[in-house]
Design a protein around this ligand. Structure first.
Ligand code: SAM
Length: 267
């Protein structure tokens, strides 16, 4: 890669990730439910509530007519729209904000197609507040510098080939004061529970994948990608290295560290 080439291993990883998500696109919820015992829905609710997306016109009206009335949110690896729909719902119902927009970016056209299909059952279908674009998190050329208020990535970054490059792109597209927020599987912080969890993920999940979705390999990949992902501390340091300010210890563990939320602020 020093010479601008992709190594064979990197190209294979990208192909493999593409294959995994194309084959799970339509059974995506089932997959997430098995991976997290259904808890991913609660983690996603918490992630969005905690970010409190949107601009309440009563408590923070724009100070000049040229100031945007809502947030510009970029949901990277947004897949089937899970996070995007929740953010628009939160902005509208909690913050009375009818202006916040979410761009869902994903590298996989099959996941985006599933997201578009699902958006038809939401109030945001055909609304200018919701956009789907095909893009690689490592190369967001279509997104201008310093243009985004909130960058979210949920259960996506562990699949990226160059996480450091994606973090630098996140930094580039965010406005000063803008927030990077990541929800991802992480490291369990209790040894006893970790033993149970590892047993569940390494033996049960691929088997269930085979029985339910007829796809052992994709589920095996997903379990391995979680195992390979950096620890909470290591990932926090990567966020800092990309230039972000990290509030507090830098992350919040969910369900004993099965997942974690990391945040960074662009100074
Ligand atoms: N954010 C959604 C959620 O929480 O339900 C989807 C998460 S899904 C497990 C991971 C997504 O990452 C897939 O849709 C996949 O296509 C996408 N992805 C993988 N590598 C990517 C990359 N380099 N750039 C953008 N998206 C990527």
């Amino acid at each position: 890669t020093h010479f601008g080439f992709q190594t064979v291993a990197e190209a294979l990883k990208e192909q493999k990730v593409a294959g995994v998500f194309s084959s799970v696109a339509s059974s995506y919820d089932t997959m997430n439910d098995f991976m997290s015992l259904g808890i991913h829905r609660l983690w996603k609710d918490h992630f969005v509530r905690n970010l409190n997306p949107g601009r309440n016109p009563l408590t923070s009206p724009p100070s000049s007519p040229s100031e945007p009335q809502g947030w510009n949110i970029l949901d990277i690896a947004g897949g089937t729209g899970d996070i995007a729909f929740r953010m628009l719902d939160h902005a509208s119902t909690i913050n009375n904000d009818a202006h916040t927009t979410v761009t869902v970016a994903d590298i996989n056209p099959d996941m985006l197609a599933e997201g578009r299909k699902r958006s038809l059952a939401t109030p945001y279908a055909r609304s200018p507040r919701l956009k789907f674009i095909e893009a690689n998190a490592e190369k967001l050329d279509m997104i201008p510098d310093s243009s985004v208020d909130l960058y979210t990535v949920a259960f996506g970054i562990r699949n990226f080939t160059h996480k450091d490059v994606a973090l630098r792109e996140a930094y580039r597209v965010l406005k000063p004061g803008g927030v990077f927020a990541c929800l991802e599987f992480s490291k369990v912080n209790n040894p006893l529970f970790d033993a149970v969890y590892k047993r569940w993920s390494f033996s049960a999940i691929p088997l269930i994948g085979q029985l339910v979705a007829g796809d052992r390999d994709s589920y095996q990949y997903l379990v391995e990608s979680i195992e390979r992902f950096p620890s909470q501390e290591e990932f926090r340091d990567m966020i800092k290295e990309a230039g972000f300010l990290v509030p507090g210890q830098g992350w919040e563990d969910l369900s004993l560290g099965i997942a974690a939320i990391h945040k960074g602020v662009k100074p």
